[in-house]
Each structure stands twice: as structure tokens, then as C-alpha cells.
Design a protein around this ligand. Sequence first.
Ligand code: RB5
Length: 151
Amino acid sequence: MASIAIGADDAGAPLKERLAAYLRQRGFQVEDYGNGDGLDYPDVAAEVAEAVARGEHDRALLVCGTGLGMAIAANKVRGVRAATAHDPYSAERARKSNNAQVLTMGARVIAPEAAEKVLDHWLTAEFEPGPSSPKVAKLEALDDRYRPTGA
Ligand code: RB5
């Protein structure tokens, strides 16, 4: 079963707790990187994204107030593709088109039941090699251009 890292700042903690329980119910192995606990979203996102980049998790879910700060921060880690999605179609395309290993959501912009549905779509979709492949390769080339050392 896939290993999923999760994390939140204080604003995202209640939704993250709910989604963590939802994932565990569905049999996923969940590693919880915490609820902010005084840390801001860039701190939590960096820790989780670095673990994904090291290959310690197949995917990660990050929750803050809007989902936006978590995505901005996670995308600064070389090799990580994080996408914010609050609707099922975007969540599905984040996998199929963008091969996003990280999904971010905002506790202040989506109802918990809707967030579970979005999460389902992201979990069940896989990257579709084909026309999207060279585009994702170009994303990886951007890492080479702007973050050649991973620093
Ligand atoms: C609170 O710090 C809020 O700004 C944060 O949770 C997130 O929404 C940022 O993108």
C-alpha cells in the first residue's frame, strides 16, 4: 500500500486530521509530519517535500489555510511537483497531466466532505504517459536549470 506523508500548519490542522483518518480507513500507510505546532507552512512543506524528493513517500498531502503557500513552498524542492486542487477534475489532472506527487488543499476554502472527494480523485488517478510526458520532462529540466545542485 502506498505511503503518504501528510502535514499542516495551524490553519490546516483540523482538515488534515480528518483526511488522515480518511486515508487510514482506506488502508493507506500515513506518516504524519504534524500540525504546524508553531511552525509555519514553509517549514512543514519543506520537510514533507524533502522526504518525497528522497523517495521516502509515494505521495504527500499538505493542508494550510488556502493550500497556496504549501504548494509554493513544496515546489521549491527539486524534483517535487505540488498542485493545489479543490475540485475533482483538477485533482485528477494534477496526476494524469502533471504527475504531481504532492496535493495541497486549503481548510478555509473547501468543506471536509468535498475535500475527501477531491482526495479520492487524486489518489485513484495515475500519470498518463504520452503527450504529457515531454511537458513533465520540461518541468524536470527547469529544476536542472534553476536548481542544479538541489540547493
Ligand atoms: C496562515 O498562515 C495562512 O496564511 C496559511 O495557512 C496559508 O493559507 C498560506 O498560504
